[in-house]
Design a protein around this ligand. Structure first.
Ligand code: KG4
Ligand code: ZN
Length: 329
């Protein structure tokens, strides 16, 4: 059973072909990072236009690499939301047209369900129940997952998402977009103990997050130093301290949740799951508490179509097909 996945919710145009829900035959990605870099964030209209320009070619490449033709496909899954409306519309319209002309089912995937699925692309390792942390540019969500498809939201950010905090900090410091990867790289040369930033744990035991105070703390720090130009010689320490404030809270709350729900497996997904410090602190803490920790491969942390194909496959198996009236959410 061959399934084509399409993802265009933000600034990556992606298509992947998945065989029988387990074998990834192709996974093609066209990134728009360079297009948005000068603006310090994604410009929605530019994103939609770029998706239109490249999606046809990205899908064709995914099919060619998988060694299959259009008529071999059994279903098409596409991200239906959340995301940028115009960007989503491109992928959805494309997928609908393909499903209609090939007379095969259309599957609508929630973007976060896609991120969660990225953890299960290696089926040999799935262990339920588990706690999953989804940390991306738009979300910081903690879930208790009893079994695939049955999940409960335990906590979420009350303001900025973790990835958004990285992106906004990078923008303040003139480091471009996306901020996460550049901060990750530069922070490795810094000492996180030199400049301390506040950690927002909120009320006792709360599994919600808040990162806007951290952003303000960085702003005040820059003001006290007399502006961005005056922090160049402390940039590495500054970024290491800033990053550690985010990582500490993510690690602490995820493990609180694991203890509270007595689970032995934690999964971390989404763009921020690619962060070196987060991966190593989570792993270190997991070793101490005998909890198994699972991350997608680095490539599958940020937006991709493989995860959309797998989440779509689970829907296909239970016959949850989307109507051709499907709209972006
Ligand atoms: O999952 P994703 O590709 O898109 C959304 O669904 O939002 O996540 C993108 C986010 C951006 O905020 C980006 O700065 C962040 O993930 N990110 C990282 C790293 N790589 C990407 N944050 C920290 N460290 C990284 N290595
Ligand atoms: Zn995403």
């Amino acid at each position: 059973m061959l399934l084509l996945g399409i993802e265009t919710s933000c600034d990556e145009t992606a298509a992947a072909v998945l065989e029988d829900g387990r074998k990834l035959l192709s996974d093609i990605l066209s990134s728009q990072a360079d297009l948005h870099h000068p603006y310090g964030g994604v410009v929605p209209e530019l994103a939609s236009r770029r998706h239109i320009e490249v999606l046809d070619h990205v899908v064709e490449t995914a099919l060619t690499k998988a060694g299959c033709r259009l008529n071999d496909l059994s279903a098409i899954s596409v991200t239906s939301g959340p995301g940028l409306a115009g960007a989503l519309l491109v992928g959805i319209s494309f997928a609908k047209a393909m499903a209609y002309s090939l007379q095969i089912p259309l599957l609508a995937v929630h973007h976060l369900e896609g991120h969660i699925a990225s953890i299960f692309l290696d089926p040999s390792e799935a262990t339920f129940p588990c706690i999953i942390l989804v940390v991306s540019g738009g979300h910081t969500n903690l879930y208790f997952i009893e079994e695939y498809g049955r999940c409960r939201l335990l906590g979420q950010t009350r303001d900025d998402a973790a990835g958004e905090a990285f992106d906004k900090a990078a923008k303040m410091l003139g480091l471009g977009y996306p901020g996460g990867p550049v901060i990750d790289r530069l922070a490795q040369f810094g000492d996180a103990k030199k400049i301390r930033f506040p950690r927002a744990f909120l009320t006792k035991g709360s599994l919600d997050f808040s990162f806007s105070g951290l952003k303000t703390a960085l702003l005040y720090h820059l003001e006290r130093q007399g502006g961005v130009d005056n922090v160049k010689d402390q940039l590495h320490d500054l970024l290491a301290g800033f990053q550690e404030a985010i990582v500490d809270v993510l690690v602490a709350k995820t493990f609180w949740a694991a203890e509270k729900y007595h689970v032995k497996t934690i999964g971390v997904a989404g763009g921020v799951a690619a962060n070196t410090a987060l991966r190593s602190k989570m792993q270190e803490r997991a070793r101490k508490s005998e909890i198994a920790i699972r991350f997608p491969s680095l490539r599958l942390c940020t937006d991709n179509a493989a995860m959309i194909a797998l989440a779509g496959y689970y829907q296909y198996r239970i016959g949850r097909f989307a109507p051709l009236e499907l709209c972006p959410k």
